[in-house]
Write a protein that binds this ligand. Structure first.
Ligand code: SF4
Length: 299
């Protein structure tokens, strides 16, 4: 447990977190919506600093990043918690756990009870010939402090930092992250603000703002859109979304149109391939790089 950054203190030992657009106000003893940042005696603490849920060498295409160091492998690091609550989450076992559930052992070394130091991650990346480190598996914004400590070391070693995120982070922390991150894959879940409020617990506009900031800084950007039948597969709204992407991050933004499969609280059938192909056709009018994802899996 380590003191968090980006928070304010108020009378009565209340704190307000400024890391993400939820801006949680927390009395002593309470955790934020992400469940991994908690007011402990008037100080906001990050409960997951150095807590690793997964650490694997993956093909960079698995992030997915298709046009950033293609063919390379990257050490992929995950922790716990998320500031969204998408009911179809594929990684709910690590993204939706509460601190009492947090395993206290790094996943890559079951005999080791200690925290995983940033220097250990960087050393592993170098030993294994990784192109860098990817912050992924759960939402890395909610373990911002640990991500930044690792990423700063990675940057100093001349390696790449890849952030796989829902883009739900405030401009201040994002600005710092943009100084050390090289590439992003941002999950854009819908172009409908009501969809965000109803299914994710968040808002659309901050995600759009993050996309613009990433592109404005010149960082490599790929966007993932998971198509859930009946929820976000309206072709007109999808057309508006890809038109917006072309106009703001730009036509060179890589778009992954991914097939949904049932997970966690959602049991709707998988996305028909024909739906994905129709969306690919729409996106092709606006963007130069479009890929279908999860299409090789059997139902
Ligand atoms: S990071 Fe967590 S505690 Fe902070 S505002 Fe977002 S959900 Fe709330």
């Amino acid at each position: 447990m380590q003191e968090a950054r980006f928070y304010s203190r108020f009378e009565g030992a209340q704190v307000k977190c400024g890391l993400c657009p939820h801006h949680c106000s927390l009395p002593p003893g309470h955790s934020g919506l992400c469940r991994v940042r908690k007011n402990v005696d008037g100080r906001l603490m990050t409960l997951t600093y150095g807590k690793v849920s997964g650490l694997h060498m993956d093909p960079i295409e698995k992030k997915p990043l298709y046009r950033f160091f293609p063919g390379s492998r990257i050490l992929s690091l995950g922790s716990y918690g998320c500031n969204f609550r998408c009911p179809w989450c594929q990684n709910a076992s690590i993204s939706q756990c509460v601190p009492g559930d947090l395993p206290d052992r790094p996943a890559h070394d079951p005999e080791d009870d200690s925290l995983t130091e940033p220097s250990d991650i960087v050393a592993m990346a170098r030993q294994q010939g990784s192109v860098g480190v990817a912050y992924t598996y759960n939402e890395p914004a909610v373990w911002f402090e640990y991500m930044m400590d690792v990423a700063t070391m990675v940057r100093h070693r001349g390696m790449q930092n890849v952030v796989v995120s829902n883009g739900y982070i405030n401009p201040g922390p994002l600005k710092e992250l943009l100084e050390v991150a090289d590439a992003f894959n941002i999950d854009l879940k819908s172009f409908d603000p009501e969809f965000y409020g109803r299914y994710t617990n968040g808002q659309l506009q901050p995600v759009l703002d993050a996309l613009k900031a990433i592109a404005g800084k010149g960082r490599h950007l790929e966007v993932t859109f998971l198509v859930i039948p009946g929820l976000n597969d309206d072709p007109d709204l999808f057309g508006e979304m890809v038109s917006w992407i072309a106009d703001h991050p730009g036509r060179e933004t890589v778009l992954h149109i991914n097939r949904y499969f049932p997970a966690w609280h959602f049991s709707n059938p998988p996305t028909p391939i024909e739906t994905l192909q129709a969306m690919q056709s729409i996106a092709g009018k606006y963007l130069n790089h479009i890929y279908l994802g999860n299409v090789g899996q059997r139902v």
